[in-house]
Ligand binder design. Structure first.
Ligand code: ASP
Ligand code: MG
Length: 453
């Protein structure tokens, strides 16, 4: 069986939903579980409604009408019957009532509203499938995905959820081969709606895939897959056909707009291949992410991220002293700031952070026992690939091609699949161009990379 997740742009209107239906019909798998996001921008609008319920009820009610019309419009465009529209109107009557009666905004209210986007999109899509003559079950994810009560970003109770998904789907699959469920939404033990955090639909899809031991998890989006570099910066970027889970994780971490590793963890744990594909160009094979064994070991991509601050910390006492590093990290811990890259020498340590909210307090604490300096407007560039640790001469090529650039920090990641440097933001574009042409211009393995133009 397959779990197919379609993001907000893939269900943004009737046209897009028709494409989704085509794709699902053409899938080679007999049993399919389709997981959908809310229609594009709807989650933002619902957040707006919720946040205004105590400030400006008029505004919230008006906004709800707008959201209702957006949905009814697509129901019309899909030529679904009146019963569908009537149900949607009823749903909005309920929400308007909530706006009128709720006194204050809190995270519980947030989830009550925000969870509606996925309920609506999955309901409409399931009706559109039925109109095409497909038997389809609209599953409410609130019934099977169980969380704690940390509204807005609830934690999934894995065991309970797996059991519920397996039992429910076993029943459903006796009569249906196609199930449509909303992503992102869940419920707590009291059956109140919860959500899994922004972008949470990928996570929901991975949870379903893992519980059902799916053969594949397909993530359908609006780009052709994952590229050797951001195509907006590097015109000659190539599509990567295969990545390992670790490589995909490193890429996401260092700035590539790909799946967040945390969100597909349940699929990774079960060794389920994850395939990123384009709803608007389904014949493109996308990017396949699976375990290391399936992957050719080479350099796969370059990722970068701006807005990096470097903190240099120097201690005279570090020479021969122990406890300095732990004291430094204790301070970052206390100030709830995560450190990304670290390099140390005998007497100093440099760390990078991208969240400078608590910088002032961090500096004050560090200055109690060290000399501290900070520089802003830097960028991290990471060359990522399982091949880095195995291929001789990579570092020489890396630094050779950047010989005119001032490299501020170097870090060879502990996972050994990324080699990262920090440069000034003003050197970013030039550096990325140089690295990309060094590693991705010639002798490319056509089993791994695809020329786009
Ligand atoms: N609709 C939710 C959001 O916009 C979840 C998702 O799309 O993954 O964050
Ligand atoms: Mg998303």
């Amino acid at each position: 069986m397959v779990v197919m997740k379609f993001g907000g742009t893939s269900v943004k209107d009737a046209e897009a939903m028709k494409k989704v239906i085509e794709i699902v019909i053409n899938s080679k798998f007999k049993r399919k579980l389709v997981v959908v996001s809310a229609m594009s921008k709807i989650t933002d609008s619902l957040i707006d409604v919720a946040k205004n319920i105590s400030l400006n009820k008029e505004y919230s009610l008006h906004k709800l009408d707008e959201i209702m019309l957006q949905h009814l419009n697509e129901v019309d465009n899909l030529k679904l019957n009146d019963i569908v529209s009537e149900r949607i109107v009823l749903e909005f009557d309920f929400l308007k009532n909530e706006v009128t009666n709720q006194k204050e905004f809190n995270s519980e209210v947030y989830d009550l509203f925000v969870s509606r986007g996925e309920l609506l999109s999955s309901f409409i899509l399931s009706k559109a499938f039925e109109m095409k003559g497909l038997r389809c079950y609209n599953l409410d994810s609130k019934e099977v995905i169980k969380t704690d009560s940390n509204f807005g970003e609830a934690k999934v109770n894995q065991q309970e959820t797996n059991k519920l998904i397996q039992n429910k789907l076993n029943e459903i699959y006796k009569n249906y081969n196609l199930v449509v469920a909303g992503g992102f939404i869940a419920s707590n033990l009291e059956n109140e709606p919860t959500t899994l955090g922004r972008g949470g639909s990928d996570y929901s899809a991975a949870i379903y895939a893992s519980a059902l031991e799916a053969n594949e998890l397909e993530i359908w989006t609006d780009v052709d897959g994952i590229f050797t570099c951001d195509p907006r910066m590097i015109k000659s970027a190539k599509r990567i056909l295969k990545l390992s889970y670790t490589e995909a994780g490193e890429l996401a971490y260092f700035g590539a707009k790909v799946l967040h590793p945390k969100t597909i963890l349940p699929a990774i744990e079960k060794n389920i291949p994850v395939i990123v594909k384009n709803t608007f160009n389904p014949s493109s094979s996308g990017t396949r992410i699976e375990n290391e064994k399936q992957n050719i070991k080479m350099i796969k991509a370059i990722a970068f991220r701006k807005n990096i601050s470097i903190i240099n910390i120097q201690s005279n006492r570090m020479l021969g002293a122990y406890g300095f590093l732990s004291r430094v990290f204790e301070i970052f811990n206390k100030n709830e700031t995560s450190v990304d890259l670290v390099t140390t020498s005998e007497v100093s340590i440099s760390v990078t952070i991208d969240d400078i909210k608590n910088l002032h307090s961090i500096m004050k604490d560090l200055e109690e026992f060290s000399l501290v300096s900070v520089s802003h407007s830097n960028a991290v560039i990471s060359v990522v690939g399982e091949g880095i640790k195995l291929t001789a001469g990579i570092a020489a090529r890396y630094f050779g091609v950047l010989k005119g650039i001032n490299i501020l920090m170097v870090s060879f990641g502990a996972s050994e699949v990324n080699l990262s440097i920090i440069v000034k933001e003003s050197d970013l574009e030039n550096s990325v161009n140089l690295l990309h042409s060094e590693f991705f211009s010639t002798n490319l393995d056509n089993e791994v990379f695809l020329e786009v133009n």
